[in-house]
Ligand binder design. Structure first.
Ligand SMILES: Nc1ncnc2c1ncn2[C@@H]1O[C@H](COP(=O)(O)OP(=O)(O)OP(=O)(O)O)[C@@H](O)[C@H]1O
Length: 227
């Protein structure tokens, strides 16, 4: 349980030549659920993007799910992304195909070939998020909460070691946010590590967990006060 999944040492995060965050030293261990909070523009998305190599690591040392972010080459990025499940605020489902085909697209793109195995895997992940009966629906036929469940299911397809969720409840109403959060909590309880950027303080209070804060170009752990 003590194994490091993410470790950063003196990392700086840049958007082009502008430094957004610096001096980041932190560790996330297998099985943890970690929040990343901070005001709009404080750098949460830029931080996440650095972790999934959408932004290059220019300064400091970073290791994530066994990959060294500093020496990572362009051709290694798909292999890193396979070990990460990434969930976005705006779901990013393909609008021109149904849920099952959205899933199949990801599996085939990551090397799956056997149709029976593909079908089983899709059922398995949809079941985890309570969407097993909705595979034939197109994204536009689903509510926001359902679309986000599907996006979470998609993130689980390749059994990721770490799930990076960037404002996963940002487009959802409070009740739907709680439902999606319950799904993430269940996934975490089944042993998966989750790092979730959010500015939804109600969720933090309802589901307290280790919390990192982006503020003043720094990222530091904050202790939640009991309420
Ligand atoms: N593509 C970009 N090019 C240049 N600067 C950017 C880019 N994206 C973000 N920034 C800048 O980087 C800083 C951090 O933005 P970022 O999106 O990481 O913040 P955030 O905490 O995720 O905000 P939000 O909660 O609004 O998503 C901001 O000053 C922003 O203007």
């Amino acid at each position: 349980m003590n194994e490091s999944i993410l470790s950063l040492e003196d990392v700086a995060v840049f958007q082009q030549e502008n430094m957004v965050l610096n001096d980041i030293t932190l560790e996330v261990r297998r099985g943890e659920f970690v929040y990343l909070i901070g005001k709009t523009g404080s750098g949460k998305s830029s931080f996440m993007k650095t972790l999934y190599a959408d932004l290059p690591l220019k300064e400091g040392k970073g290791e994530i799910v066994g990959f060294d972010l500093k020496s990572l080459r362009e051709k290694d990025i798909p292999y890193l992304r396979r070990k990460l499940g990434i969930v976005f605020q705006d779901f990013k489902l393909l609008p021109d195909r149904n849920v099952n085909k959205n899933m199949e697209f990801v599996l085939r793109a990551t090397g799956w070939k056997d149709q029976a195995q593909i079908d089983n895997k899709i059922l398995e992940v949809l079941e985890k998020v309570g969407m097993k009966t909705k595979g034939f629906k197109f994204p536009h036929e689903l509510s926001g909460g359902e679309q986000q469940r599907v996006a979470i299911a998609r993130a689980l397809l390749n059994d990721p070691e770490l799930i990076l969720a960037d404002e996963p409840t940002g487009n959802l109403d409070p009740q739907t946010s709680v439902e999606v959060m319950k799904v993430l909590q269940d996934i975490n309880k089944s042993g998966r590590t989750i790092l979730m950027a959010t500015h939804d303080y109600a969720l933090l209070l309802k589901y307290p967990s280790k919390t990192l804060k982006c503020d003043g170009n720094k990222v530091f752990e904050v202790v939640q006060k009991a309420v």
